[in-house]
Write a protein that binds this ligand. Structure first.
Ligand SMILES: Cc1cc2nc3c(=O)[nH]c(=O)nc-3n(C[C@H](O)[C@H](O)[C@H](O)COP(=O)(O)OP(=O)(O)OC[C@H]3O[C@@H](n4cnc5c(N)ncnc54)[C@H](O)[C@@H]3O)c2cc1C
Length: 450
């Protein structure tokens, strides 16, 4: 068994910071946490780039960072007078909760936790340890390294690859998107999912009074949370192919409501994904994913109400269409689109376009220096569906020759190829808790390892 006294973690967002906290809680080991942006330490992108309008899409009751202490976040929230178990807290407050946990861990363990503000450029796994090369020129030697890089940024759509600000924003979290725009102008959001929802609210919140168009192939928008009737959840996996599963969920939706029918799958989704062959997984991604996403990743009721208001005021329009081409001229964009189900195209005059297509996870297209270096040397590889980094069930990175790496692990959303349901807090907190207990041998104490 690998003896682990020192773990280096790359990426100090939710996944990396929480892994560090759990390693220090469960074992008497040292941890070095490397985060390149001080303002993202503990918060990462989700809780670090959040603006005042951004609200969690999960109720506080299910947002504890610790699976063994389900009331942990609610306690923090009520102690700080910020809400209760039924609240949808702000993402900024959730980031403050994570930072408070990291700070408490630092105070409790002293020198066992080292925080480095630096960028990891390379990791060299070796027979007796692993070495992290930092941009500053120093090296961290550890027994093993865990990469928690978060999602890869969205790729540019073909029509916009050569465009730049102010006409085209690749970063949907930028705070200056509407600067200088007036109420006669139109902002085009590429995508109509959670990122587009955030962006529309931010545009409204920063005082933009013009028109917003959110465009995606199907024009699907995330549904809202709503009280669902009490029901008795299934305790077995529905099993079967994707089409059998869809039929089963539809059937259950009639009995218990669609929200319950989707939610009761939660304990089984990772196993369903692992049990499906590549053809089934591909079919799911191609045909079902957009529908799954809008039913599964729901928005807070107050967010849905704001979107409805914007739509009623004709300030927000959701379009199901494809981009045919985009041309920049005289300080604005001419975007030709083809609506779903139509042959004719139409032309939109757009002041700004924002890429809200969300992360794609294709490692082969990443510009991240660390991930490029590791994949070019074969230390990591893309999973077969190219939606993340290939890992085994224990989160060990799979090298290009197919062997799991003993000293290189990956956690967080980039492991979705192996686990699929590994995006939201409830899944990642379980992933990093389990890994921390494995690496510190704490899993034997309660016989989980048997
Ligand atoms: C906008 C948004 C809203 C969300 N809202 C919710 C919600 O309401 N409820 C919910 O359950 N889930 C939500 N999620 C999902 C979930 O919480 C996130 O996916 C999760 O926070 C992922 O955290 P992470 O640490 O893996 O990635 P990130 O937050 O992206 O953090 C990765 C960190 O690694 C750093 N990094 C990367 N490479 C290097 C390197 N080479 N060297 C040093 N540092 C590096 C980055 O700077 C970054 O800070 C949301 C996600 C997003 C994006």
């Amino acid at each position: 068994m690998l003896k682990v006294d020192h773990v280096a973690i790359i990426g100090g967002g939710f996944s990396g910071a929480l892994l560090a906290i759990n390693l220090l809680r469960h074992g008497n080991i040292r941890v070095t946490l490397v985060e390149r942006r001080l303002d993202r330490l503990g918060r990462g992108l989700a809780y670090g780039a959040a603006q005042a309008d951004h609200i969690l899409n999960v109720r506080a009751a299910n947002m504890s960072a610790l699976p063994d202490q389900p009331g942990h976040f609610v306690d923090w929230l009520s102690t700080n007078g910020l809400g209760n178990e039924g609240s949808f807290a702000t993402r900024h407050d959730y980031g403050s909760y994570l930072c408070a946990m990291l700070e408490a861990a630092r105070n409790a363990v002293g020198e066992r936790l080292t925080l480095r503000t630096d960028e990891a450029m390379d990791v060299k796994p070796a027979a007796r340890g692993a070495y992290v090369a930092l941009k500053s020129g120093t090296t961290v030697a550890a027994d093993l390294v865990v990469i928690a890089p978060g999602n890869l940024p969205p790729h540019d759509l073909g029509a916009f690859v050569d465009m730049s600000r102010p006409l085209y924003f690749n970063d949907p979290w930028a705070t200056d998107i509407s600067n200088g725009l007036d109420k006669h102008e139109t902002v085009l959001l590429l995508g109509s999912g959670l990122t587009a929802v955030d962006c529309a609210l931010s545009l409204d919140g920063t005082g933009f009074r013009g028109r917003i168009i959110a465009l995606s192939r199907r024009g699907l928008v995330p549904h809202a949370h709503a009280p669902a009737p009490a029901f008795s959840a299934r305790n077995d996996s529905p099993g079967g192919s994707a089409s059998v599963l869809v039929r089963a969920v539809r059937h259950r939706a009639v009995e218990i409501g669609w929200r319950n029918a989707v939610d009761e799958l939660r304990p089984f989704t990772q196993d369903l994904w692992r049990g499906a062959n590549l053809v089934e997984r591909r079919r799911f991604l191609h045909h079902l994913r957009p529908y799954w996403d809008v039913h599964r990743h729901r928005i807070a009721p107050q967010v849905a109400a704001r979107l409805d208001r914007l739509r009623d005021q004709k300030r927000l329009e959701i379009i199901a269409a494809k981009i045919v081409r985009a041309t920049a001229a005289e300080g604005c964009l001419t975007v030709e689109i083809r609506r779903r189900g139509r042959d004719a195209t139409e032309v939109l005059r757009i002041a700004r376009t924002v890429n809200c297509t969300g992360p794609l996870g294709d490692l082969r297209r990443t510009t991240e220096p660390l991930l490029r270096t590791l994949s070019s040397r074969g230390e990591i590889r893309a999973d077969p569906l190219a939606i993340g980094i290939d890992v085994d069930r224990q989160c060990r990175a799979i090298a290009s020759n197919g062997d799991p790496q003993e000293r290189l692990y990956v956690v967080g959303p980039m492991t979705r190829g192996a686990h699929w349901e590994i995006v939201a807090v409830p899944d990642i907190r379980r992933q990093v808790w389990t890994l921390a207990r494995l690496l510190t041998n704490a899993h034997w104490v309660e016989a989980e390892g048997l």
